[in-house]
Design a protein around this ligand. Structure first.
Ligand SMILES: [Zn+2]
Length: 360
């Protein structure tokens, strides 16, 4: 069904999203990635819930239902913020630590935080150093729970002369003085990691540090469980290509800190996900020169053995688990009943029939 051949090696896509109820190709979101998974013979997919499209609680329920519908699916749940800016005053029993514990009981495999993306951080109040968030970091460090954490965006998005037109059109120009500064957010992350140095955290999109590998390396040295994924961001691949020999060594040296992800998003069509995982696979495991992001050439790093395995699947398994957690249907139903009062328009109508089918 795709132009790309199946990948004849073990691989887990660690970073996917569901942002729509249906599309023309597949129908319901409940089967969103099955043609992709089967077509490319992936060994696992990890759905990452977001609180900036659907309500966070509805997106969590979508992911948990998907896990029930399709064995072998991992999912990272998100926190739902009951007010913007973030506040310590929340409806009773809906504080962030309670939400976190509920998700762990339901059977989520980790937590996705989009809170560090400028468009999310600004309405939350512009800082990640918030007491109720801090409590969740403490719990996650104690439990060893894996986090996929989106922090910042490419630093040229703060620069009026360098921001790409497509980013500006998406509302991702941050240089107008109303967004937190790139470096200020990095400082906050370091403050969090200094307080919770064992956090099992994977920063999405290479922490937007592909131009600054020395800084990334310094963080790796300081924080033993920190990792990054190479989910595009095409800008990251331009940096890898322009510094190819250096990055061959860097990926070998830090192969235990790098994970694969595509950002495959439903309702995009399946061939786009297949295209992306094919590019990532060849980038890691072969020396193929391929047309890739921004229509530029991308030369494969040609890693082998442990280095290749770490990045394609083993790091994910070590950080998250070899098998997805089972969903506790009773807990998921209780979560649905408790939080449906926070749904956005239309979410109850979409979810109710699926809750009937899978949970009642
Ligand atoms: Zn993403």
């Amino acid at each position: 069904m795709f132009n790309e051949p199946k990948i004849n090696e073990k691989i887990i896509d660690g970073h996917l999203h569901i942002e729509a109820w249906k599309n023309d190709e597949i129908g319901s979101f409940i089967d969103a990635f099955e043609p992709y998974r089967e077509g490319m013979e992936l060994n696992g997919i990890n759905l990452c819930a977001l609180n900036n499209h659907a309500s966070g609680v509805a997106n969590n329920i979508m992911m948990a239902l998907y896990k029930l519908a399709h064995k072998g699916t991992f999912a990272h749940g998100c926190l739902h913020h009951t007010s913007y800016p973030i506040s310590e005053i929340v409806p009773e029993g809906m504080d962030l630590v309670t939400q976190y514990k509920e998700m762990m009981e339901i059977g989520f495999d980790g937590i996705k935080l989009i809170e560090g993306k400028p468009t999310c951080l600004k309405p939350l109040g512009g800082t990640l150093l918030f007491p109720t968030l801090d409590e969740v970091f403490a719990e996650m460090e104690k439990d060893g729970t894996h986090i996929v954490f989106h922090v910042n965006d490419p630093d040229e998005f703060w620069d009026a002369d360098l921001v790409p037109a497509w980013a500006k059109e998406s509302g991702w120009f941050y240089g107008d003085g109303t967004y937190p500064d790139f470096k200020a957010v990095v400082n906050e992350i370091e403050a969090i990691l200094n307080k919770y140095p064992k956090l099992n955290v994977t920063f999405a999109h290479f922490f937007f540090y592909a131009k600054y590998p020395d800084k990334l390396e310094a963080m790796f040295e300081k924080y033993e469980n920190m990792a990054v994924d190479i989910t595009p961001g095409g800008e990251m691949y331009l940096a890898f290509e322009s510094n190819h020999d250096f990055y061959v060594d860097f990926f070998k040296k830090h192969s235990n800190r790098i994970l694969v992800g595509t950002d495959a998003t439903f309702p995009w069509e399946s061939y786009t996900h297949a295209w992306c995982i094919d590019r990532l696979y060849h980038f890691i495991a072969t020396d193929k020169v391929q047309m890739a992001y921004c229509d530029r050439n991308l030369t494969g790093l040609n890693l082998s053995g442990k280095d290749k395995e770490n990045i394609l699947f083993a790091n994910f398994e070590r950080r998250v688990g070899k098998k997805p957690k089972e969903i506790n249907k009773e807990k998921l139903l209780a979560y649905f009943e408790k939080y449906k009062c926070l749904f956005k328009d239309g979410e109850l109508e979409e979810l109710e029939p699926l809750v009937d089918k899978y949970l009642r």
